[in-house]
Design a protein around this ligand. Structure first.
Ligand code: ATP
Length: 445
């Protein structure tokens, strides 16, 4: 029997396919494991999440600059950062079911012969000794495929920021403390990807590195914890489903002085959504030593030179998108029928409003088309005249659209139309100018 967690995830995966949020990659060839494509609504939602993050982290602040570094970097970067030697997960094989698992996550793994059991509780497993497996993808640059041509697909966007620290500081004339933000793809050859888009081998990160005087690290660490927590509140996430997880000494990465994860309660349990780390001067010191470039900051006031400490906020874009979908998913019984609502915040909803003529006659479609053309200049909107209006509402509720605007008989007399709110079900009458003002207010980020 399916557990309710996997049932919930299956419903979500099927809704995502039905409504065009997420499709399996290369589906017509049977799919490629752990790779997913974003469909029309998914691409829009992802873009909105990124804009929401970028806005909060750069445009609304004077102290953070943006960056878009290349995925392929000088291989020395990954030697210096410690990734070549240490970016590994412990892996075990089961000689009986032939499964391959992360040794530190056996309690979440499924035995291949008895999927309801873990490799430790199936009663028949024979696990090998754990061996370290490096998670970086390798490829070759140029036509010759030998060791000298090996380059890595970046496993995090952060290193692109560290190696550009001087470039950004000098070109933007920022003084400490200041940050550099970046959104981009990262690749990890995960041993056990899964849970839909939660853990994949290709994913996008939204990372910000904040450079501070060493003596101020703890203050800024607390500051960024608060900032990132409240960002999820503005994103519309149910805050009781978030919690902090502090990394104790045995969990802390070798470079970190302190680390807190923001965790969300997914159908499959509490899991990390974002990490906030105090990375000390580890990264810049290592790059300074290896590159022989002076990455120290000169403080005009104290005339001191020092290597800044770094406070990192590292969020997964795909994981945020999954969190938004899981959190928004709601089923309601309406007249004996189960109706699905995706209660995505209007701030990030892929489609902000749908415009319907009540019926396909009496000039209503023409009027509604004009409203649609007007609204399209400002918002992502959708026009629909096919089928009963109730079905049209239901389709938009399921697609996550927060508002439906219906042109009816009265519209032709007084130029007002109904605006229906997906979550309260309230309907109010507005003119097109009022609709524009209403949507502008409700969708503002
Ligand atoms: P784990 O230990 O679970 O493998 P991590 O702690 O190494 O992950 P970080 O390096 O801190 O993860 O990555 C920062 C963020 O990037 C995570 O909080 C997550 O949102 C996202 N992320 C990391 N790995 C993946 C992945 N394989 N798929 C999707 N998102 C990921």
């Amino acid at each position: 029997m399916m557990s309710s967690a996997s049932e919930t995830m299956e419903k979500l995966v099927s809704l995502c396919k039905r409504r065009g949020y997420v499709f399996q990659s290369s589906e017509i060839y049977g799919g490629l494991i752990s790779c997913w494509d974003y469909g029309p609504l998914g691409a829009e939602l992802k873009r909105n999440i990124k804009t929401f993050w970028w806005d909060a982290m750069t445009n609304r602040r004077d102290d953070i600059e943006g960056l878009d570094a290349a995925i392929l970097m000088h291989p020395q970067v990954w030697h210096t950062s410690g990734h070549v030697a240490e970016f590994t997960d412990p892996m075990v094989d089961c000689k009986v079911c032939k499964g391959r698992f992360r040794a530190d996550q056996l309690e979440h793994a499924h035995c291949l012969n008895k999927p309801s059991k873990t490799p430790e509780t199936c009663g028949q497993s024979e696990l090998t000794e754990a061996k370290n497996f490096n998670l970086m993808f390798k490829t070759f640059m140029g036509p010759i495929e030998d060791d000298s041509a090996v380059v890595f697909m970046r496993p995090e966007t952060a290193q692109g920021i560290y190696v550009n620290f001087l470039n950004v500081k000098n070109s933007s004339r920022q003084k400490l403390p200041f940050g550099i933000a970046q959104i981009g793809k990262a690749f990890r050859n995960e041993i056990t990807p899964g849970n839909f888009i939660f853990r994949t081998r290709e994913f996008e990160q939204m990372e910000m590195q904040y450079f501070v005087p060493p003596a101020e690290d703890e203050t800024w660490f607390e500051y960024w914890r608060e900032q990132r927590w409240s960002w999820y509140e503005r994103l519309g996430i149910t805050m009781t489903k978030l919690r902090w997880h502090e990394h104790k000494d045995d969990e802390l990465a070798h470079y970190a002085k302190a680390a807190f994860d923001i965790e969300y309660e997914y159908p499959f349990g509490w899991q990390e959504l974002e990490g906030i780390h105090n990375r000390t001067d580890f990264d810049l010191s290592r790059h300074m030593e290896a590159s022989k470039k002076d990455l120290r900051h000169f403080d005009e006031a104290t005339k001191e030179k020092f290597i800044p400490y770094i406070i990192e906020t590292s969020a997964g874009c795909d994981r945020t998108l999954l969190t938004v979908l899981v959190d928004a998913y709601d089923e309601v019984e309406v007249k004996g029928e189960t109706r699905v609502f995706l209660r995505i915040s209007p701030r990030i909803a892929p489609i902000k409003a749908a415009i319907f003529p009540l019926v396909k006659k009496d000039g209503m479609p023409e009027y509604a088309q004009n409203v649609y053309a007007d609204l399209k200049k400002r918002f992502k909107v959708f026009y629909d005249e096919s089928g009963a209006v109730g079905r049209r509402y239901a389709r938009m509720d399921e697609a996550g659209c927060p508002f439906c605007i219906t042109v009816d008989g009265q519209t032709l007399e007084d130029n007002t139309m109904t605006v229906r709110d997906r979550d309260t079900m309230e309907q109010s009458r507005m003119t097109v100018d009022e609709v524009v003002a209403f949507l502008a207010e409700r969708t503002a980020v």
